[in-house]
Every structure is written in structure tokens, then in C-alpha cells.
Design a protein around this ligand. Structure first.
Ligand code: ADP
Ligand code: MG
Length: 251
């Protein structure tokens, strides 16, 4: 579903992703862990086409992301191609990124109407379904500021789901929350992780949670994958010294 082949990303002189090779299968739930600054968010932001790449090829759902094929040659992607590719993915951000001046309902209907071209009725029907799934249908007419952080993040999840993407990206979805609000958000992600079709890429420091929901865990450091495997293996029997050192911070 997702493939990075030799992807390099630099910010000025700093190489953030260093010829990264990385694959996620359709329906797979993969967690990325790693120290701050190791390139985790950059991977997600590149997939959302919020950042470009300097070298390599990324394929999403069988199609090149940052390139397109014209007469059998890979050329830089057009805006039209990028718009099409974005429909494959939805992202949930650490800081929620809700529109503060819009109600919960409008936060969720906005993109389906303006990006997918749904009618207002169709968009409200969808939004109702996903707000119900995250347990917030009774809050549809409130503004984000009237909700707790946990509720705001659940709106963020409903908003991503309302685009009905094949891939959901989560960037530290609980890091901005007070500890007592983390569980309600993880509960929703747990529910989604049981969906067979959905491909999930999750960046988190919630190691116990990662252990429960992931098919595979990837430890990132300095723009490369140091170690990757089933959660029991990476968490309980890490092979690499860097992984062991990182995980020792969480005991
Ligand atoms: P992580 O999410 O693992 O903490 P990031 O992917 O956010 O790491 O960042 C990786 C590195 O890239 C960091 O050194 C960060 O400072 C740098 N970086 C990220 N975004 C930018 C940017 N827009 N401009 C310059 N440097 C950036
Ligand atoms: Mg980050």
C-alpha cells in the first residue's frame, strides 16, 4: 500500500531521511517509534504531500506519489495527480488542527463537500456516521473550544475518516492530551485498528498501546529504520543497541 524506495529528504544541509526503504502492506497496522527529530513526522508529512522529497520514489496504492508516469517515464507529479493521491490518505495531527470558527459538524463536512464534491446532505450523512463512531454525535453543534482535548482529537479522527481514505496516518495523536484523556482517543484508534481494510501508520510514544494494536513496529533513528518487526520482538527482544537504549527510557 505504501512503499518508500531510497527516499532522501533534506532540510538545507540536514539529511532527515537517508535513502529510506520502507513498506506497508494493505491493511497492515504499523507503528513508528523513535527519538525526537528522527524523521517520523517527516515520513507522514511527505505522504500527505505537505513536504517534497529530494530523491527516491514513493508508491501509494500502486501509483507513484511524487511522480507520475507519462509515456512510460516518471516525471514530477502534476497538481492534479497530487490531488488524486491525497484522497488515499487521511491524517490525524498531534495538535488536532480543527477549524476553531466552525462547528464540529462543519469541521467534518468541509473537506468531503469541497474536496470530494459531496452535497451538503451527503456530507452530513457521512459526518453523522463518523461522529457517531467516535462517540460525539451529541456534540455536533458545538465549537472546538467547547470540547475537551480528547473530544477535539476524536473530532480530528472523524474528520479524517469522513474522507473515507484507504490509509490513516496518526502523528502522536495523544501527545498533546492530559493523561486522563489519552484513553478515550486510544480507544477509538483501537476500534479502527480492527477494521481489516484500513491501512494504519501510527507515530506514538504509547508503547503498551503500540504493542496491542500493531502488526509491526519500526524503530527510526536519524532518518533510517534501525529495526523493524512484530511488536513482541521489537519491544521484548530488541536486537539493536540503539533500540535497546531508546526503549530503556520507557520502563
Ligand atoms: P520527529 O517527528 O521524529 O520528531 P521530524 O520529522 O519532525 O522528527 O523532524 C526531523 C528533522 O527535520 C528534525 O531535525 C527537524 O528539526 C527537521 N525539520 C523538520 N521540519 C523542518 C522544516 N520545515 N524545516 C527545517 N527543518 C525541519
Ligand atoms: Mg514528530
Amino acid at each position: 500500500m505504501i512503499e518508500f524506495e531510497h527516499v532522501t529528504k533534506k532540510f538545507g544541509d540536514v539529511t532527515v531521511l537517508d535513502a529510506l526503504n520502507f513498506q506497508v502492506r494493505r491493511g497492515e497496522k504499523v507503528t513508528i517509534i523513535g527519538p525526537s527529530g528522527s524523521g517520523k513526522s517527516t515520513v507522514l508529512r511527505i505522504l500527505m504531500t505537505l513536504e517534497t522529497i529530494d530523491d527516491g520514489v514513493i508508491t501509494v496504492a500502486g501509483k507513484p506519489l511524487w511522480h507520475e508516469r507519462v509515456n512510460d517515464q516518471l516525471v514530477p507529479a502534476s497538481q492534479k495527480h497530487l490531488r488524486e493521491m491525497r484522497k488515499e490518505m487521511g491524517m490525524v495531527f498531534q495538535q488536532f488542527n480543527l477549524f476553531p470558527h466552525m462547528t464540529v459538524m462543519r469541521n467534518v463536512t468541509e473537506a468531503p463537500m469541497h474536496v470530494l464534491g459531496l452535497s451538503k446532505e451527503q456530507a452530513r450523512e457521512r459526518a453523522t456516521k463518523y461522529l457517531d463512531l467516535v462517540g460525539l454525535i451529541d456534540h455536533a453543534d458545538k465549537f472546538p473550544s467547547q470540547l475537551s482535548g480528547g473530544q477535539q482529537q476524536r473530532v480530528g479522527i472523524a474528520r479524517a475518516l469522513a474522507m473515507e481514505p484507504n490509509i490513516l496516518l496518526f502523528d502522536e495523536p495523544t501527545s498533546a492530551l492530559d493523561p486522563e484523556l489519552v484513553g478515550e482517543v486510544l480507544g477509538v484508534i483501537q476500534k479502527l485498528s480492527q477494521e481489516q481494510d484500513l491501512t494504519i501508520l501510527l507515530v506514538t510514544h504509547e508503547m503498551q498501546f503500540a504493542k496491542e494494536v500493531s502488526d509491526r513496529v519500526c524503530f527510526f533513528d536519524k532518518g533510517v529504520i534501525v529495526e523493524s518487526g512484530p511488536p513482541e520482538q521489537v519491544f521484548c527482544h530488541p536486537q539493536e543497541a540503539r533500540t535497546q537504549a531508546f526503549l530503556s527510557n520507557f520502563i
